[in-house]
Design a protein around this ligand. Structure first.
Ligand SMILES: Cc1ncc(COP(=O)(O)O)c(C=O)c1O
Length: 450
């Protein structure tokens, strides 16, 4: 695609700053044009991007007959027909995983996986703190403690070097999260798990088709969990999946998600030989998902292409640092994050930067905050159940340990994240993102005062 950052377009919108000059090559900027440059919207100028962005989710009329067929068949339950099983086989094939179990949601996929990996009341699970709150909640539901390893500020994923010191005699599993579709550095995580005999459950709820060293996320631990909730790259309103390479584990998952009914190799002498719940996917969800594979593959390629282009241009802006991926890995960018350093923007706070960028027509947010201070963990550790299961000393040390998450604190305070639908636009629009940041930087001294 043609590079949209033409000199004229840029000069129209940005004033001259030293950062700008570095970016364009100072010798190419005529001073007369620069003096006329538009101001940021927050200082009375016009937005860089005026056209809006594509909405989400999107669908195709060609999907309608298959959905109507399910409706008219009355076979809406997975026990009645093949769409859910068909989806499971197709999704496993797409990821090159041996097996897949469809579930009602990503949260229920996590609950199934934690149960099957034998995370029990009074256990501890080492978790990425930088994640959607469902990851914490799934561990708490099992009456286990989510023990947070730190976040690596360069990658925004779990810092493998921070895991071992958090392992105790109660630790059963490690739960790394491929946040925003960026794969965690799985080799050291798996090595630690082997050394300490721990299970590894990938939270791949945002990582459909992401790759780590040539293998898809979803095939890198003992079990992995996906979400197909409405905002996701392959959405069905709600929906989820567990994937893995062990028939034995997947049979156990199937039984647990289906009220404990015997499945495959997992059989008992009596009908109710094992515990279970109802976490089944519906046929409507499956038929919607089955039709989106081609779209997912095409859109993933487009997001990657635009993210690569953005990364190349954004890292040239002083104070903007795109996330680093593990070697030989490919992200899928559920959000596109970068870290923002206010020092290069005359002290303009991250919140004010977000405000300014939104005002330029570039939707963005600050990503996750330090959710462990919000109260849910205090509520959990004050509960009768947790007090029975853990000593007061352990719960006190656990609560204090949140203060040690320096990397995560930094990430929460400095991240700027663009939603995935922006990456589905063209190069011209990607140019607007870069141009808007340059414009804010050029006027950051005035914006910081306002
Ligand atoms: C990282 C992560 N984990 C877990 C979940 C839970 O998935 P669901 O909303 O489908 O229950 C999500 C969904 O947003 C997620 O992003």
């Amino acid at each position: 695609m043609k590079d949209p950052l033409t000199r004229r377009g840029f000069i129209r919108n940005a004033a001259v700053s030293s950062a700008t000059l570095t970016w364009l090559g100072a010798q190419h900027v005529p001073q007369a044009y620069a003096a006329d440059a538009a101001k940021p919207v927050l200082l009375g100028g016009a937005p860089v991007h005026q056209g809006g962005w594509s909405t989400w989710p999107t669908w195709r009329e060609s999907w309608e007959p298959a959905i109507i067929d399910v409706l008219r068949s009355g076979k809406w339950f997975r026990g009645d027909g093949g769409h859910v099983a068909e989806f499971e086989a197709a999704y496993a094939k797409l990821l090159e995983a041996k097996r897949c179990l469809a579930t009602a949601s990503g949260t229920t996929a996590l609950l199934v996986s934690l149960h099957v990996m034998d995370v029990d009341a009074g256990d501890e699970v080492i978790v990425s703190p930088y994640t959607f709150i469902a990851t914490y909640n799934a561990v708490l539901q099992n009456k286990a403690l989510p023990v947070f390893a730190d976040t690596d500020p360069a990658t925004l994923t779990i810092d493998p070097a921070s895991i071992e010191s958090r392992i105790t005699s109660r630790t059963r599993a490690i739960l790394p999260v491929h946040i925003y579709g960026m794969p965690c550095h799985m080799d050291p995580i798996n090595a630690l798990a082997r050394k300490h005999k721990l299970a590894v459950i990938e939270d791949a709820c945002q990582a459909w088709l992401a790759e780590y060293q040539g293998r898809k996320c979803g095939t890198l631990g003992d079990l992995a969990c996906f979400s197909f909730q409405n905002s996701k790259h392959i959405p069905a309103g709600e929906g989820g999946a567990v994937t893995g390479n062990s028939d034995e584990l997947l049979d156990r998952c199937h039984a647990f998600h289906n009220v404990g009914r015997a499945t495959g190799s997992f059989q008992g002498a009596q009908q109710f030989f094992t515990r279970g719940s109802n976490y089944r996917m519906q046929q409507f969800q499956a038929v919607l998902l089955l039709q989106q594979f081609e779209k997912l593959v095409q859109e993933t390629a487009r997001r990657r292409d635009n993210a690569d282009w953005l990364g190349t241009h954004l890292k040239q802006i002083p104070g903007i640092q795109p996330a680093r991926l593990p070697e030989n890995s490919r992200a899928v960018w559920h959000l596109y994050p970068f870290r923002y350093d206010a020092e290069h923007f005359h002290g303009l706070t991250r919140d004010r930067f977000l405000q300014a960028l939104n005002a330029e027509g570039i939707p963005c947010s600050g990503g996750y905050h330090e959710q462990y201070f919000d109260g849910l963990l205090d509520e959990a550790i004050r509960s009768r159940g947790f007090k029975r299961l853990f000593t007061a000393q352990r719960l006190k040390a656990y609560r204090e340990s949140f203060q040690e998450l320096k990397g995560n604190r930094q990430v929460c305070a400095t991240t700027v994240a663009l939603p995935q639908n922006l990456l589905l636009a063209g190069r011209h629009e990607m140019g607007h993102i870069v141009e808007a940041i340059h414009k804010i930087q050029a006027h950051s001294a005035a914006l910081a005062k306002g």
